[in-house]
Design a protein around this ligand. Structure first.
Ligand SMILES: Cc1cc2nc3c(=O)[nH]c(=O)nc-3n(C[C@H](O)[C@H](O)[C@H](O)COP(=O)(O)O)c2cc1C
Ligand SMILES: C=C(O[C@@H]1CC(C(=O)O)=C[C@@H](OP(=O)(O)O)[C@H]1O)C(=O)O
Length: 328
Protein backbone atom coordinates (compact mmCIF):
# COMPACT_ATOMS: atom_id res chain seq x y z
CA UNK A 1 0.00 0.00 0.00
CA UNK A 2 1.09 3.63 0.09
CA UNK A 3 1.91 4.08 3.78
CA UNK A 4 4.93 2.72 5.62
CA UNK A 5 6.31 2.87 9.15
CA UNK A 6 4.88 2.51 12.64
CA UNK A 7 5.72 5.73 14.52
CA UNK A 8 7.50 7.70 11.81
CA UNK A 9 4.97 6.94 9.10
CA UNK A 10 5.16 8.12 5.50
CA UNK A 11 2.30 8.14 2.99
CA UNK A 12 3.19 8.72 -0.64
CA UNK A 13 0.90 10.09 -3.35
CA UNK A 14 0.81 11.48 -6.87
CA UNK A 15 1.56 10.59 -10.48
CA UNK A 16 4.42 11.63 -12.74
CA UNK A 17 2.19 13.67 -15.08
CA UNK A 18 -0.51 14.64 -12.57
CA UNK A 19 -0.73 18.08 -10.95
CA UNK A 20 1.57 17.27 -8.07
CA UNK A 21 3.29 14.54 -6.14
CA UNK A 22 4.21 14.43 -2.49
CA UNK A 23 4.45 12.81 0.90
CA UNK A 24 2.64 13.03 4.23
CA UNK A 25 4.86 12.31 7.24
CA UNK A 26 3.10 11.44 10.48
CA UNK A 27 4.94 11.15 13.79
CA UNK A 28 7.34 14.08 13.36
CA UNK A 29 8.03 15.38 16.87
CA UNK A 30 6.93 18.97 17.58
CA UNK A 31 9.46 21.75 17.91
CA UNK A 32 12.02 20.89 15.22
CA UNK A 33 13.16 23.90 13.19
CA UNK A 34 12.30 23.01 9.59
CA UNK A 35 11.92 24.80 6.29
CA UNK A 36 12.02 23.87 2.61
CA UNK A 37 15.69 24.87 2.56
CA UNK A 38 16.47 21.90 4.84
CA UNK A 39 15.27 19.53 2.12
CA UNK A 40 17.04 21.01 -0.88
CA UNK A 41 20.51 19.48 -0.52
CA UNK A 42 19.16 15.93 -0.77
CA UNK A 43 16.53 16.85 -3.38
CA UNK A 44 19.29 18.30 -5.56
CA UNK A 45 21.24 15.04 -5.35
CA UNK A 46 18.25 13.20 -6.91
CA UNK A 47 17.89 15.72 -9.76
CA UNK A 48 18.51 14.73 -13.35
CA UNK A 49 21.09 16.53 -15.47
CA UNK A 50 24.15 14.28 -15.55
CA UNK A 51 24.96 12.21 -18.65
CA UNK A 52 22.73 9.13 -18.66
CA UNK A 53 19.87 10.75 -16.73
CA UNK A 54 16.47 11.88 -18.01
CA UNK A 55 16.39 15.06 -20.12
CA UNK A 56 13.11 15.98 -18.36
CA UNK A 57 14.01 19.08 -16.37
CA UNK A 58 11.90 19.74 -13.28
CA UNK A 59 12.44 22.38 -10.60
CA UNK A 60 11.65 19.78 -7.90
CA UNK A 61 10.77 22.67 -5.61
CA UNK A 62 9.35 21.49 -2.27
CA UNK A 63 6.33 23.16 -0.66
CA UNK A 64 5.65 22.29 2.97
CA UNK A 65 1.88 22.76 3.17
CA UNK A 66 1.12 21.36 6.62
CA UNK A 67 2.84 20.45 9.88
CA UNK A 68 5.15 23.46 10.14
CA UNK A 69 4.16 26.74 11.81
CA UNK A 70 6.40 29.72 12.55
CA UNK A 71 9.42 27.74 11.36
CA UNK A 72 8.91 24.75 13.67
CA UNK A 73 7.23 21.37 13.25
CA UNK A 74 3.89 21.30 15.03
CA UNK A 75 3.52 17.57 15.68
CA UNK A 76 0.64 17.33 13.19
CA UNK A 77 1.03 15.45 9.87
CA UNK A 78 3.64 17.18 7.74
CA UNK A 79 2.90 17.36 4.01
CA UNK A 80 5.41 18.20 1.29
CA UNK A 81 4.23 18.66 -2.30
CA UNK A 82 6.03 19.16 -5.61
CA UNK A 83 4.41 20.43 -8.80
CA UNK A 84 4.93 18.59 -12.08
CA UNK A 85 5.74 21.32 -14.58
CA UNK A 86 7.42 19.62 -17.54
CA UNK A 87 5.18 16.81 -18.73
CA UNK A 88 4.88 15.51 -22.31
CA UNK A 89 2.03 13.09 -21.86
CA UNK A 90 1.52 12.43 -25.59
CA UNK A 91 4.71 10.36 -25.50
CA UNK A 92 2.75 7.71 -23.63
CA UNK A 93 -0.41 7.43 -25.81
CA UNK A 94 0.72 4.24 -27.61
CA UNK A 95 1.32 2.47 -24.29
CA UNK A 96 -2.43 2.29 -23.66
CA UNK A 97 -2.59 -0.65 -26.04
CA UNK A 98 1.10 -1.67 -26.12
CA UNK A 99 2.55 -2.07 -22.62
CA UNK A 100 6.30 -1.62 -22.27
CA UNK A 101 8.31 -4.74 -21.46
CA UNK A 102 9.80 -4.30 -17.99
CA UNK A 103 7.68 -1.34 -16.87
CA UNK A 104 4.44 -1.40 -14.88
CA UNK A 105 2.10 -0.63 -17.81
CA UNK A 106 0.72 -4.17 -18.18
CA UNK A 107 0.30 -4.97 -14.48
CA UNK A 108 -1.21 -1.55 -13.68
CA UNK A 109 -3.69 -1.91 -16.54
CA UNK A 110 -4.74 -5.39 -15.37
CA UNK A 111 -4.83 -4.66 -11.64
CA UNK A 112 -6.69 -1.37 -11.94
CA UNK A 113 -8.90 -2.47 -14.85
CA UNK A 114 -7.65 0.12 -17.34
CA UNK A 115 -8.18 3.09 -14.99
CA UNK A 116 -4.52 3.62 -14.03
CA UNK A 117 -2.79 6.85 -15.04
CA UNK A 118 -0.28 5.56 -17.59
CA UNK A 119 1.23 8.99 -18.37
CA UNK A 120 4.92 8.95 -17.50
CA UNK A 121 4.41 5.69 -15.63
CA UNK A 122 1.83 7.40 -13.38
CA UNK A 123 2.09 6.32 -9.75
CA UNK A 124 4.78 3.79 -10.75
CA UNK A 125 7.17 6.48 -11.92
CA UNK A 126 10.55 6.84 -10.27
CA UNK A 127 9.58 10.50 -10.01
CA UNK A 128 7.54 9.87 -6.90
CA UNK A 129 10.73 9.02 -5.00
CA UNK A 130 11.06 12.80 -4.71
CA UNK A 131 8.71 12.63 -1.71
CA UNK A 132 10.75 9.80 -0.21
CA UNK A 133 13.88 11.95 -0.40
CA UNK A 134 12.04 14.80 1.36
CA UNK A 135 10.86 12.45 4.13
CA UNK A 136 14.39 11.04 4.36
CA UNK A 137 15.83 14.52 4.89
CA UNK A 138 13.36 15.04 7.77
CA UNK A 139 14.23 11.61 9.22
CA UNK A 140 17.95 12.45 9.05
CA UNK A 141 17.27 15.67 10.93
CA UNK A 142 15.38 13.79 13.67
CA UNK A 143 18.13 11.15 13.91
CA UNK A 144 20.60 13.99 14.44
CA UNK A 145 24.36 13.83 14.14
CA UNK A 146 24.87 10.46 15.83
CA UNK A 147 23.54 8.28 13.01
CA UNK A 148 25.28 9.00 9.72
CA UNK A 149 23.91 7.45 6.53
CA UNK A 150 25.93 7.49 3.32
CA UNK A 151 25.36 5.84 -0.05
CA UNK A 152 27.69 5.49 -2.98
CA UNK A 153 27.72 3.93 -6.41
CA UNK A 154 29.68 0.68 -6.27
CA UNK A 155 29.15 -0.50 -9.82
CA UNK A 156 27.48 0.64 -13.01
CA UNK A 157 27.13 -1.86 -15.84
CA UNK A 158 29.70 -4.09 -14.13
CA UNK A 159 32.34 -1.32 -13.93
CA UNK A 160 33.75 0.16 -10.73
CA UNK A 161 36.23 2.79 -12.01
CA UNK A 162 34.75 6.26 -12.68
CA UNK A 163 36.32 6.52 -16.16
CA UNK A 164 35.02 3.07 -17.18
CA UNK A 165 31.58 3.92 -15.76
CA UNK A 166 31.47 7.14 -17.76
CA UNK A 167 32.40 5.29 -20.95
CA UNK A 168 29.83 2.57 -20.29
CA UNK A 169 27.07 5.15 -19.72
CA UNK A 170 28.03 6.99 -22.93
CA UNK A 171 28.01 3.72 -24.85
CA UNK A 172 24.56 2.80 -23.48
CA UNK A 173 23.20 6.23 -24.44
CA UNK A 174 24.75 5.98 -27.94
CA UNK A 175 23.26 2.56 -28.51
CA UNK A 176 19.80 3.55 -27.21
CA UNK A 177 20.14 1.08 -24.38
CA UNK A 178 20.33 1.23 -20.58
CA UNK A 179 22.49 0.09 -17.66
CA UNK A 180 21.99 -1.24 -14.15
CA UNK A 181 24.14 -0.81 -11.09
CA UNK A 182 24.84 -1.49 -7.43
CA UNK A 183 24.55 1.08 -4.63
CA UNK A 184 26.21 0.55 -1.24
CA UNK A 185 24.83 2.24 1.85
CA UNK A 186 26.43 2.48 5.30
CA UNK A 187 24.64 3.69 8.40
CA UNK A 188 27.16 4.29 11.18
CA UNK A 189 26.32 5.28 14.75
CA UNK A 190 23.31 2.96 14.97
CA UNK A 191 23.24 1.84 18.63
CA UNK A 192 22.93 -1.76 19.80
CA UNK A 193 19.32 -2.89 20.09
CA UNK A 194 17.26 -1.45 17.23
CA UNK A 195 15.03 -3.92 15.40
CA UNK A 196 11.89 -5.82 16.45
CA UNK A 197 12.15 -9.51 15.59
CA UNK A 198 10.49 -11.75 14.55
CA UNK A 199 8.93 -10.02 11.53
CA UNK A 200 10.31 -6.53 12.01
CA UNK A 201 13.98 -7.41 12.03
CA UNK A 202 16.26 -4.62 10.79
CA UNK A 203 16.93 -6.58 7.60
CA UNK A 204 13.24 -7.29 7.05
CA UNK A 205 12.06 -3.70 7.42
CA UNK A 206 14.96 -2.19 5.49
CA UNK A 207 14.42 -4.68 2.67
CA UNK A 208 10.71 -3.92 2.60
CA UNK A 209 11.44 -0.21 2.20
CA UNK A 210 14.29 -0.69 -0.30
CA UNK A 211 12.32 -3.06 -2.54
CA UNK A 212 9.61 -0.40 -2.71
CA UNK A 213 11.97 1.81 -4.71
CA UNK A 214 11.05 1.34 -8.37
CA UNK A 215 13.70 -0.66 -10.29
CA UNK A 216 15.32 -2.21 -7.19
CA UNK A 217 15.77 -5.93 -7.80
CA UNK A 218 18.14 -7.06 -5.05
CA UNK A 219 19.27 -6.25 -1.50
CA UNK A 220 22.08 -7.85 0.50
CA UNK A 221 23.50 -7.14 3.96
CA UNK A 222 27.16 -7.35 4.95
CA UNK A 223 28.86 -10.21 3.11
CA UNK A 224 25.44 -10.91 1.58
CA UNK A 225 25.27 -13.57 -1.11
CA UNK A 226 29.03 -14.19 -0.76
CA UNK A 227 28.20 -15.82 2.62
CA UNK A 228 26.93 -18.82 0.68
CA UNK A 229 30.53 -19.53 -0.34
CA UNK A 230 32.17 -18.83 3.06
CA UNK A 231 32.85 -21.01 6.08
CA UNK A 232 31.67 -20.07 9.56
CA UNK A 233 35.27 -19.45 10.54
CA UNK A 234 35.48 -16.82 7.79
CA UNK A 235 32.01 -15.33 8.15
CA UNK A 236 31.83 -14.96 11.94
CA UNK A 237 32.74 -11.49 13.17
CA UNK A 238 35.02 -11.68 16.26
CA UNK A 239 33.70 -9.49 19.07
CA UNK A 240 36.67 -7.43 20.28
CA UNK A 241 35.18 -4.98 22.82
CA UNK A 242 32.41 -4.75 25.42
CA UNK A 243 30.44 -2.35 23.20
CA UNK A 244 30.07 -5.15 20.63
CA UNK A 245 32.66 -3.87 18.16
CA UNK A 246 33.63 -6.65 15.77
CA UNK A 247 36.90 -7.18 13.86
CA UNK A 248 35.06 -7.78 10.57
CA UNK A 249 31.50 -6.86 9.59
CA UNK A 250 30.21 -9.76 7.51
CA UNK A 251 26.90 -9.50 9.39
CA UNK A 252 26.40 -5.94 8.10
CA UNK A 253 25.85 -4.66 11.64
CA UNK A 254 22.87 -6.92 12.35
CA UNK A 255 22.54 -10.16 14.38
CA UNK A 256 19.24 -11.81 15.13
CA UNK A 257 17.51 -8.96 13.32
CA UNK A 258 18.86 -6.48 15.89
CA UNK A 259 21.51 -3.81 15.29
CA UNK A 260 24.78 -4.85 16.98
CA UNK A 261 26.45 -1.43 17.19
CA UNK A 262 28.67 -1.88 14.13
CA UNK A 263 27.88 -0.02 10.89
CA UNK A 264 24.75 -1.27 9.14
CA UNK A 265 25.98 -2.03 5.62
CA UNK A 266 23.88 -3.12 2.68
CA UNK A 267 23.91 -3.10 -1.11
CA UNK A 268 21.05 -2.54 -3.53
CA UNK A 269 20.80 -3.76 -7.12
CA UNK A 270 19.14 -1.36 -9.56
CA UNK A 271 18.03 -2.88 -12.85
CA UNK A 272 18.73 -1.34 -16.27
CA UNK A 273 15.95 1.09 -17.25
CA UNK A 274 13.17 -0.71 -19.09
CA UNK A 275 12.23 2.26 -21.33
CA UNK A 276 14.82 2.07 -24.08
CA UNK A 277 14.54 3.60 -27.53
CA UNK A 278 15.83 0.55 -29.40
CA UNK A 279 13.42 -1.97 -30.91
CA UNK A 280 11.39 -4.21 -28.63
CA UNK A 281 8.49 -6.57 -29.16
CA UNK A 282 5.33 -6.50 -27.05
CA UNK A 283 1.71 -7.57 -27.20
CA UNK A 284 -0.61 -5.07 -28.84
CA UNK A 285 -4.08 -5.23 -27.26
CA UNK A 286 -5.52 -3.26 -30.23
CA UNK A 287 -5.01 -6.07 -32.73
CA UNK A 288 -4.01 -9.03 -30.57
CA UNK A 289 -0.57 -9.37 -32.17
CA UNK A 290 3.01 -9.22 -30.87
CA UNK A 291 4.45 -6.18 -32.65
CA UNK A 292 7.41 -3.78 -32.52
CA UNK A 293 7.10 -1.04 -29.90
CA UNK A 294 8.45 2.49 -30.13
CA UNK A 295 9.03 3.83 -26.59
CA UNK A 296 8.95 7.60 -26.41
CA UNK A 297 9.35 9.77 -23.27
CA UNK A 298 12.56 11.13 -21.77
CA UNK A 299 14.26 8.44 -19.80
CA UNK A 300 17.18 7.74 -17.52
CA UNK A 301 19.63 5.52 -19.37
CA UNK A 302 20.96 4.56 -15.94
CA UNK A 303 18.61 4.88 -12.97
CA UNK A 304 21.35 3.82 -10.54
CA UNK A 305 23.07 7.18 -11.06
CA UNK A 306 20.15 8.89 -9.27
CA UNK A 307 19.27 6.27 -6.68
CA UNK A 308 21.96 6.69 -3.96
CA UNK A 309 20.10 9.50 -2.21
CA UNK A 310 16.81 7.60 -2.48
CA UNK A 311 18.43 4.59 -0.79
CA UNK A 312 19.79 6.84 1.96
CA UNK A 313 16.33 8.35 2.45
CA UNK A 314 14.69 4.93 2.79
CA UNK A 315 17.35 3.91 5.31
CA UNK A 316 16.79 7.13 7.27
CA UNK A 317 13.01 6.61 7.31
CA UNK A 318 13.42 3.04 8.61
CA UNK A 319 16.10 3.89 11.20
CA UNK A 320 14.15 6.91 12.44
CA UNK A 321 11.13 4.65 12.97
CA UNK A 322 13.25 2.06 14.83
CA UNK A 323 14.72 4.80 17.01
CA UNK A 324 11.22 5.93 18.02
CA UNK A 325 10.01 2.36 18.62
CA UNK A 326 13.03 1.49 20.76
CA UNK A 327 12.59 4.69 22.83
CA UNK A 328 9.23 3.37 24.13
C1 LIG B 1 14.92 7.81 -9.59
C2 LIG B 1 14.29 6.85 -10.55
C3 LIG B 1 14.21 7.18 -11.91
C4 LIG B 1 13.65 6.31 -12.82
N1 LIG B 1 13.61 6.67 -14.15
C5 LIG B 1 13.05 5.83 -15.06
C6 LIG B 1 12.97 6.19 -16.43
O1 LIG B 1 13.39 7.27 -16.83
N2 LIG B 1 12.38 5.32 -17.27
C7 LIG B 1 11.90 4.10 -16.87
O2 LIG B 1 11.40 3.35 -17.69
N3 LIG B 1 11.98 3.73 -15.58
C8 LIG B 1 12.53 4.56 -14.67
N4 LIG B 1 12.56 4.19 -13.35
C9 LIG B 1 12.12 2.84 -12.96
C10 LIG B 1 10.63 2.61 -13.10
O3 LIG B 1 9.91 3.52 -12.32
C11 LIG B 1 10.34 1.15 -12.71
O4 LIG B 1 11.14 0.28 -13.44
C12 LIG B 1 8.89 0.78 -12.95
O5 LIG B 1 8.06 1.46 -12.05
C13 LIG B 1 8.61 -0.70 -12.77
O6 LIG B 1 8.97 -1.13 -11.48
P1 LIG B 1 10.04 -2.30 -11.25
O7 LIG B 1 11.20 -1.99 -12.13
O8 LIG B 1 10.39 -2.21 -9.80
O9 LIG B 1 9.39 -3.58 -11.65
C14 LIG B 1 13.13 5.06 -12.39
C15 LIG B 1 13.21 4.72 -11.03
C16 LIG B 1 13.78 5.60 -10.12
C17 LIG B 1 13.86 5.19 -8.68
C1 LIG C 1 10.73 12.82 -14.05
C2 LIG C 1 11.48 11.95 -13.43
O1 LIG C 1 11.83 10.73 -13.94
C3 LIG C 1 10.96 10.08 -14.83
C4 LIG C 1 10.86 8.67 -14.34
C5 LIG C 1 10.24 7.78 -15.34
C6 LIG C 1 9.82 6.45 -14.89
O2 LIG C 1 9.24 5.68 -15.74
O3 LIG C 1 10.05 6.06 -13.73
C7 LIG C 1 10.11 8.13 -16.66
C8 LIG C 1 10.49 9.45 -17.18
O4 LIG C 1 9.34 10.25 -17.24
P1 LIG C 1 8.98 11.18 -18.51
O5 LIG C 1 8.88 10.29 -19.69
O6 LIG C 1 7.72 11.82 -18.11
O7 LIG C 1 10.08 12.17 -18.63
C9 LIG C 1 11.50 10.13 -16.26
O8 LIG C 1 11.75 11.45 -16.66
C10 LIG C 1 12.03 12.17 -12.09
O9 LIG C 1 12.67 11.25 -11.57
O10 LIG C 1 11.81 13.25 -11.53
Amino acid sequence: MNSFGRKFRVSIFGESHGELIGIVVDGVPAGIALSEADLNADLDRRKAGAKGTTPRKEADEPHIVSGVFNGYTTGAPLTVVFRNTNTRSGDYSNLVTQPRPGHADFVAREKWHGYSDYRGGGHFSGRITLGIVAAGAIAKKILGGTVKIESRILEIGGFTEPADIEAAVQSAVDSQDSLGGIIECTASGVPVGWGEPFFDSVEAVLSHALFSIPAVKGVEFGAGFAAARMRGSQHNDDIVASDGTTRTNNAGGINGGISNGNPVVFRVVVKPTSSIASAQQTFNFADGKVEPLVVRGRHDACIALRVPVVVEAMAAIVLCDFSMISAD
